[in-house]
Design a protein around this ligand. Sequence first.
Ligand code: NAI
Length: 303
Amino acid sequence: MSNEIRLDERVAIVTGAGAGLGRSHARLLAARGAKVVVNDLGGQVDGRGASRAAADNVVAEIRAGGGEAVPNYDTVATPEGAQSILKTALDAYGTVDIVVNNAGILLFKRLMDHTPDDFAKNLGVHLSGSYYLSTAAFPVMKEKRYGRFVFTSSSGGMRGSADGVAYGAAKAGVVGLANVMALAGAPYGVYSNVILPNAYTRMTEQAVEERNREKLSADFISPLVLYLCSERCRLNHEMFAVGGGTVSRTILALAPGWRADSKEEFTAESIHAHLEEIMDMTNYSNPQTTQEETRLVVGRRRK
Ligand code: NAI
């Protein structure tokens, strides 16, 4: 029996699938048997403009390879757009099993050059877009007790990069959303995981040196997405840095920390005095819910 991971009879929506990583994901999912909604607004890297050609070209590529796909040209950044993307899947294929939230934009601006409008625009595509589509698709998956979400965050949000204020805030928000979707979906077999990709695309053209471009091909991202979208994958509520052939689990670690013996002892000065203990990550934990973290932090026994 073949060990190949297949997505036959599965219906996948990939947002921003007209270029870069999304195109690569859509092509691989289709090659493994999924029926794919290729969503793309077809704008520029900073989100300006729109064109049907991006989604159409990828659909043509998939069909030429014998796969099944339909285009969708709506923006993810409005509730109506997200509903329409879902409708494309339901009209064409009757259901949805997989949503890859991938659409994204990047503004090349210094920190203080960002306007409130830039900030809102970034949140609109990355965070609101992921929210609108995921919550639209969730009831369908919940009903069938099966689903896979992949959320695309970034080290730009989880670690930060100076100047990437709107992008970073939006991408960190995506992780918060994915955490909630993972917990809400778990009882129904609807799993959500996050990727933090590193790849050469038009978005990273200025950042990736020519000699590293081949090494940072999107081909080193999409296999992880395929895995996370598959029935074989039982992971939920996880986050992976991925790129150049490496996949690394990433967690938000909680140190054992220092606990004051009394309210009187809990002062700024004693915090400074115990900094070594506070900063020591030995024996860290990885709480999965807010309740678990509260238990670990507040419920810690005094020594
Ligand atoms: P890309 O610019 O090649 O592709 C993004 C696609 O999203 C484009 O085809 C664009 O038209 C589409 N899009 C933008 N706004 C949209 C909207 N409102 N509705 C529907 N489609 C829309 O960039 P790339 O690199 O492929 O990015 C894919 C995702 O990966 C993005 O979310 C990006 O932020 C994220 N990412 C990429 C990294 C990299 O190293 N390339 C690093 C970290 C995160």
